[in-house]
Design a protein around this ligand. Structure first.
Ligand code: RB5
Length: 148
């Protein structure tokens, strides 16, 4: 499975750890940066790189990391077709795939340890969307985009 990942300066160490973890797990990971954590950047610029790769279907899913995950999720959810979720626990990681079919997950390096972040991402990537009534609900999210 192909994935895209990016972070701002608040998420660099977790991004590096996840790239290693996911690559070792057999995923093909496109890393959109950052490469230099000493340089402050604006998280919407990096959310855009990952979301464009997801909406262009270059990758199946995207991972975004900032200090809290919140700014990345706010930016990501401005992209048509992106369903981005900030996740801080394993239950929500599973539910946001099964119910929301989240195609982008957002994590906070200042909130989570690396072990939990890896478990959250693994859970989200291996969970399956349940469809049915949940498809109807995400169709309504898509309709909200049309009405903007
Ligand atoms: C950067 O200092 C910080 O604001 C950012 O990483 C993120 O937490 C924003 O939501």
């Amino acid at each position: 499975m192909k994935l895209a990942i990016a972070c701002d300066h608040g998420g660099f160490e977790m991004k590096e750890a996840l790239v290693k973890h996911l690559t070792a797990g057999g995923y093909e990971v496109t890393d959109f940066g950052i490469e230099n954590p000493a340089q402050g950047v604006d998280y919407p610029d990096y959310a855009a790189k990952v979301c464009q790769a997801v909406t262009a279907k270059e990758v199946a899913s995207g991972i975004l990391i900032c200090g809290t995950g919140i700014g990345m999720s706010m930016a990501a959810n401005k992209f048509k077709g992106i369903r981005a979720a900030v996740v801080g626990d394993v239950f929500s990681a599973q539910a946001t795939k099964e119910h929301n079919n989240a195609n982008v997950i957002c994590l906070g390096q200042r909130v989570l340890g690396e072990g939990l972040a890896e478990m959250i991402v693994d859970t989200w990537l291996t969970a399956e969307f349940q469809g049915g009534r949940h498809q109807n609900r995400i169709d309504k999210i898509s309709q909200l985009e049309v009405n903007l």
